[in-house]
Write a protein that binds this ligand. Structure first.
Ligand code: ATP
Ligand code: MG
Length: 567
């Protein structure tokens, strides 16, 4: 491709509202443009990278036995009403009406569509298992679209769904998908980790997220410093045990804490450590109110609260609700003399506390010498976030944290959708059974951004060969020089003929501009044609190492083939 007839609008300035390196560079290097919040056009270079990632995904899915199809983005409301998600999905679902006033949604995911399709077409165990995938644009009206392609409102996803007659068959496909995902992200050159994202169960293996390790990731990964254990922090079970301090319980004492509300303020004011304070938070769990207690140096994990109550919605009670239920404002809440209507759930660590500090449920007061089981009763469970230094749940080593970008997700769905949509089959004995399902997603456009986030330097993007928009950036420095132009044309044809993807900068720009753009765009190898063109000598420069060498035209293909080897 000739650069003069391409659309690669590079920018020298960093776009104002782009915070992340990947977002800034994909805009600056002319790979994409924003149309509206969370909605982007892929310009020619960006589209090439997207297609390369898609192709890797496609090859590995095919290799793992999944079959590609394409379903509509526009989905009728009826299907979503059947599954119940029309009512539970919330404002992220882009809803619309057609000219007959019938309701539709733009698909954020396709469980409903595929389940109804398979329900209608597959009736017998003989046709199972079945694993189908598509690569398609998805729509989610995200609350906070940001970071460019990382969290868009319109984005490209690969979504696969599998259907089975037995749990063993699902396990088998799940493992194949897990391996395919590992290969996909390896081929993209990414530094990633598969982490447990199981809902609650210790060491469960029913869902994994594939996380690209990156300081800008929105997810926190809790991993063991000695074993291969890694989990999304939301899911990591706390297995720590706590010893009760061997001191006598003292008399409960109410003390004034006029303006001290937070744990920091209270512990500083009363001169006690945060770990001696009880943090009390009132949550609304579906329709009821629950007071959750953790030690002052710990944080409540609302996912664990949600799982414990098997609830659909868990949120902190509002200021008004707190006043009404506890008769007191946030900041002075505590577990003593709480209305029977409010259930109290406490973390295991709280049970081991002796002579603790807790809110008195009265503005301006706290209690000292609060003793669990003497002064209040609670149900004890694991309800806090794991912390660095906690023992690893698999019993090996201690927990450390890393940040990750979720690029993929494999999930055992079970019969949730097949039961709701009545996707059944006849088993060997002629009995009707719901199909057992799995689903497997990859954020294809998010993966492009994740690669850009991991592969860049101060001059621009540094694409790994496998996903680079082109292999070779061919740059005749001076287009007015006949020799350079001629050699440029010749090499361009030769290299294309050898199967390389070549971008030739045939613009009449100054060398400085050409080189700066070239670094910004980040094609793996640059071949510069300059003053030594007449002698048949060009310069080859490797983008990721900065290494450069003079090479004779005869030697060029040898040099390039070793530099551009894809593992
Ligand atoms: P997140 O927690 O980041 O919102 P999710 O759990 O909603 O992700 P899934 O429903 O599992 O995501 O979707 C499958 C994949 O699609 C994710 O692993 C992610 O890579 C990608 N994805 C999800 N939401 C977006 C988005 N708004 N923009 C780009 N990619 C996304
Ligand atoms: Mg989401």
């Amino acid at each position: 491709m000739r650069q003069s007839s391409n659309l690669i609008p590079t920018l020298r300035e960093v776009p104002a509202d782009a915070e992340l390196k990947s977002h800034q560079l994909l805009l600056r290097a002319g790979f994409m443009r924003q149309n509206a919040s969370g909605i982007y056009s892929f310009l020619p270079l960006g589209y090439r990278v997207l297609r390369k990632v898609e192709q890797i995904v496609r090859e590995e899915m095919d290799r793992a036995g999944s079959v590609e199809l394409l379903m509509p983005a526009l989905q009728q409301a009826e299907l979503w009403q059947e599954s119940g998600r029309w009512y539970s999905y919330g404002p992220e679902l882009m809803r619309m009406r057609d000219r007959h006033n019938r309701e539709f949604a733009l698909g954020p995911t396709h469980e409903e569509v595929i389940t109804s399709l398979v329900r209608d077409e597959v009736k017998s165990y003989k046709r199972l298992p079945l694993n189908l995938y598509q690569i398609q644009t998805k729509f989610r009206d995200e609350k906070r679209p940001r970071f460019g392609l990382l969290r868009g409102r319109e984005f490209v996803m690969k979504d696969a769904y599998s259907f089975h007659a037995s749990k063993e068959s699902l396990d088998d496909t799940y493992n194949k998908m897990y391996e395919a995902y590992s290969r996909i992200f390896e081929r993209c050159g990414l530094d990633f980790r598969a982490v447990i994202a199981d809902s609650g169960a210790i060491g469960g293996k029913d869902t994994h997220e594939f996380m690209v390790l990156s300081d800008v990731g929105e997810d926190t990964i809790a991993y063991s410093d000695t074993s291969s254990y890694a989990a999304n922090i939301e899911m990591a079970a706390v297995t720590a045990t706590y010893n009760k301090e061997n001191v006598p319980a003292e008399t409960l004492e109410k003390v004034e804490t006029p303006t001290q509300k937070s744990i920091e303020e209270v512990s500083a004011f009363l001169n006690v450590e945060a770990s001696k304070c009880i943090k009390s938070l009132l949550f609304k769990v579906d329709d009821r109110f629950v007071l959750v207690l953790v030690r002052g140096d710990h944080e409540v994990n609302d996912i664990k609260v949600k799982n414990y109550f098997e609830a659909s919605v868990v949120e902190l009670a509002s200021v008004e609700e707190t006043k009404e239920i506890m008769g007191c404002e946030v900041g002075f809440l505590g577990p003593i003399s709480v209305s029977e209507k409010v259930e109290i759930v406490a973390d295991h660590a709280v049970q081991a506390m002796v002579n603790a500090v807790a809110g008195a449920n009265e503005a301006g007061y706290h209690y000292k010498n609060v003793n669990p089981d003497r002064d209040f009763h609670a149900v004890y469970t694991d309800i806090r976030f794991i912390q660095e230094g906690d023992p690893s749940p698999d019993g090996q080593g201690v927990i450390k944290f890393a940040k990750g970008i979720e690029v993929g997700h494999v999930f055992k769905l079970g019969t949730k959708y097949s039961e709701a949509l009545e996707a059944t089959y006849l088993d060997e004995n002629g009995r009707t059974q719901p199909m057992i399902m799995g689903c497997y997603g990859i954020g294809v456009s998010r993966t492009v951004a994740a690669i850009a986030e991991q592969f860049n330097d101060e001059n621009g993007l540094v694409w790994p060969v496998a996903v680079a928009p082109y292999h070779i950036h061919l740059i005749p420095i001076n287009m007015k020089s006949e020799e350079q132009k001629e050699l440029g044309e010749k090499l361009y044809k030769d290299l294309l003929g050898k199967g390389y993807e070549v971008l030739m900068d045939d613009r009449a720009e100054r060398p400085g501009v050409k080189f700066a753009d070239s670094d910004l765009i980040g094609i793996p190898v640059r071949v510069t044609i300059g003053k030594r063109a007449a002698e048949g000598i060009v310069e080859v420069k490797v983008r990721n190492t900065g290494e450069s060498m003079e090479v004779s035209v005869d030697e060029l293909t040898n040099t390039l083939s070793s530099l551009l080897e894809v593992k």
